[in-house]
Write a protein that binds this ligand. Sequence first.
Ligand code: DMJ
Length: 433
Amino acid sequence: MMKHAWDSYRQYGWGHNELKPIAKKGHSTNIFGNSQLGASIVDALDTLFIMGLQDEFKDGQEWIEQNLDFSANAEVSVFEVNIRFIGGLLAAYYLSGQEVFKMKAVALAEKLIPAFNTPTGIPWAMVNLKTGVGRNWGWASAGSSILAEFGTLHMEFVHLTYLTGNPVYYQKVMHIRKLLAKMDRPNGLYPNYLNPRTGRWGQHHTSVGGLGDSFYEYLLKAWLMSDKTDVEARKAYDDAIEAIERHLIRKSNGGLTFIGEWKNGHLERKMGHLACFAGGMLALGIAHTCHESYDRTVLKLGPEAFKFDSGLEAVAVRQNEKYYILRPEVIETYWYMWRFTHDPKYRQWGWEAAQAIDRFCRVSGGFSGVKDVYSSNPTYDDVQQSFFLAETLKYLYLLFSNDDLLPLETWVFNTEAHPLPVLHLALQTGTLL
Ligand code: DMJ
C-alpha cells in the first residue's frame, strides 16, 4: 500500500504538497498556503526509511536537497508545518543521520519564529514565510489562536534547541506553557481558543478531538521525551485529564465509553475521529468504542464524527460527518494498545481497517478518501492526504512489526507519527538552558 501511495504521488504529484489520485495531478490546501513544498515527500520520508524502501527514500532526499526552500510568499499554518515538516525532517535526520534534514528543519524553524511576535507570545496560527507577518484563522472565536495549534510545538522545538544549541526555540515553547499554567480554567478544562492579543480565553469549548487533541498529547509526550524528568508537563497532563475524566468521559446507554465535547457548560455526546487517538493516550475503553464506530458502517471505515444520544451508538447522523479521509487515529490507538497489551484483537482490528482501506480507498492513481462510509457505493473525495503516508500506513506497519522496531522506551512519536528520540542527558544536565 505504501509503494502504491508513494509511486502514484511520484508519478502524478511529485513536488506538489499532495496528490489527487483520481484526477492524477497535484493537490494542495490552505494549510500550505500557495506553496509547493512537497509535503507528501517530507511527511513520508521516515515511513519509507522504516519500511526499508531505500531507493524511494533517496529519491525523496534528493528532491529535498535540490528543491525544498522556504522563501515563497506563502501564508502557511504554523502547526501543520511544524508537525509535518519540522517533525518529518527531524525524524528523517535522527533515523538516517543525513545532515541535510537537520539543516532544512532549522531553516524552516527560523521562518516560523516571527509567528511568536504577538503581545502575549502565543503564536499566530499562520505566518507568511517570506514577510514573517502572522495572523489567525478568520473562523476562530474572537480572533483567537487554537489550543491544539500553539500547544503542539513543544516536542519539535525542544529538539531544535537540543540540536542547535540555540535557546530561542525552547524559550518560545516554555513561555507558552508558563502562560497557560497561570490562567484560570473553567471547571479545570482548557478552552480551545485563546486570544494572543489579550491573553484571554475565547469561547468555552473544550475538545479532546479537533482544536484540542494534540495539546494534551504533547503534555504527556513532553514528559516522556525528557526521560520522565519534565514533571511540570506530567502534572499539567494529569490535571487536564482529571478534569476531562470528570466532565467529558461518559458511558453510552449501550455501554460504550466515549469522550464528549464541552460547549459552554453543556456536554455534547459526540466524538470526532480525531479524538480516537486518545485510546492510545488514555488506554481506556476508547479503542473499543472507536472500533465500533468502524464496525457499524458498511465500509468498515470510521466516520469523521459519531454520536451517543437518541438511541445512537457510535454512528454518524449528519451527512457531512460520514466521510473518511484516510485518517490514522484509530489505527494509531490500535498500535499503542498492541504494544501495551499484546492482545491479538488489536492486530485483528488493524487488519480489518487495512483491508477496508485497500478495498474501498485504493484507486489506480493512489488512495482516496471516501464521502460516506455508510454507502455501499461511495464517492471519492479525490485527495491522498500526506498524513496517510506519514501516519496511517506507518502505524499499520508497526502494528505488525516486533516491539524492537522503534521501541517506545527510546522513541516518542510526534503527533504526525514522526519518531523523535528521548533526550536522556540533555534535560537532566540542563544543557538546553
Ligand atoms: C494529522 O495531521 C495529525 O495527526 C494531527 O495531530 C491531527 N490530524 C491529522 C490526521 O488526521
